[in-house]
Design a binder for this molecule. Structure first.
Ligand SMILES: [Zn+2]
Length: 187
């Protein structure tokens, strides 16, 4: 089994048994998980069948771990391109099309050339054709207004939006802790 995170990743839950993060899903490599188990920072909630050996130990790799100390994640998400896309659910705010990250751009509602700033309130997700069409115009000049008034999202909103995008790989032991909006039938 190989994933983007390497082999045998562990799902990391906060002390309240909710995933630390949905999107990207909080996963640790088995090496990091084992280290945290030895340092007694986490509880093992579930395990893989896979066993690892050291000269003096034999143990099964954890598939789900929970932090012993609750980590406060704060409510102010970082202002990043990705989080803007996530806030807007990967849909162009002008034509409502849904695109892959690499096909999306970052549009200034009030263009920088007209004094617009790079803030949560002035930046929206746009597909390349819409971005090009809008160019350096104000929304009213080209009659292109964002579908949703842009603002700073809460971490909660980003988590909620992230739940609509389950990763390609999900181990069965993770299911009890994840509540995806879409079906899990394809597993
Ligand atoms: Zn568009």
């Amino acid at each position: 089994m190989t994933t983007a995170q390497g082999t045998f990743p562990a799902l990391v839950l906060n002390a309240d048994y909710r995933p630390l993060s949905y999107f990207p899903l909080s996963l640790w490599s088995w090496q990091d998980s084992i280290k945290a188990v030895f340092l007694q920072r986490v509880n093992v909630v579930d395990e893989y069948d896979q066993v690892v050996h050291s000269p003096s130990y034999e143990f099964r790799l954890p598939s789900v771990i929970s932090l012993k100390d609750y980590v406060k994640t704060g409510n102010r998400p970082a202002f990043t391109r990705f989080n803007v896309f996530l806030r807007d659910s990967f849909s162009c705010q002008y034509c409502s099309g849904i695109y892959r990250t690499e096909d999306l751009t970052f549009d200034h509602v009030i263009p920088r050339s007209r004094g617009g700033r790079t803030t949560w309130e002035n930046v929206v997700t746009a597909c390349a054709p819409c971005n090009l069409r809008k160019g350096n115009s104000l929304p009213k000049e080209v009659k292109m207004h964002p579908l949703r008034r842009p603002d700073q999202p809460s971490k909660f909103l980003l988590q909620e939006n992230g739940r609509a995008f389950p990763p390609n790989y999900l181990h069965e032991s993770w299911r009890d802790f994840l509540y995806w909006d879409s079906e899990l039938d394809s597993l």
